[in-house]
Design a protein around this ligand. Structure first.
Ligand SMILES: [Zn+2]
Length: 146
């Protein structure tokens, strides 16, 4: 079964300006579409990871496989790594997505350190006090790593 066939079987479709993708987790098919909410983080991969984590009751999704009709954007790729997902199938690549108006090249450049954001100006404040929260975290005997 191809990604396109799975997508068609799930009756995926373009919803307004939303980019439609889906994921599968833990042996249970969990279709996840970008639902057209105003949540800029509600990409289908993120929705699929949230649903799979809730369904399976754990952070670790290393035994899950994620299928997407498009190469995950940098945010979703980070979430996929955070979830420990080891197998990812995707169809269209980032260049195809850029052609559809979903160009993340600037984000890739930010991550590589080859560009500066004209919109975001990070300001570090209270670093020592905030960093001390990690000491509290490390001292906890009942912490759950994720
Ligand atoms: Zn994404």
């Amino acid at each position: 079964m191809t990604l396109f066939t799975i997508k068609r079987n799930l009756e995926s479709r373009m919803l307004g300006n939303s980019h439609v993708r889906f994921g599968v987790g833990g042996g249970v098919q969990l279709p996840a579409l970008h639902h057209g909410t105003n949540d800029p983080t509600a990409h289908a991969e993120i929705v699929a990871i949230r649903r799979a984590s809730a369904k399976l009751g754990r952070f670790d999704l290393s035994d899950c496989t994620l299928y997407s009709t498009c190469e995950p954007c940098p945010m979703c790729l980070s979430a996929i790594h955070r979830a420990g997902i080891r197998t990812l199938y995707f169809g269209a690549d980032r260049h195809d997505a850029a052609g559809g108006g979903f160009d993340d090249e600037f984000i890739y450049q930010l991550m590589e350190g080859t560009a500066d954001s004209p919109l975001l100006r990070p300001v570090i404040v209270d670093r020592e006090e905030c960093a001390d929260l990690f000491n509290e975290w490390n001292a906890k005997s009942d912490r759950t790593m994720y």
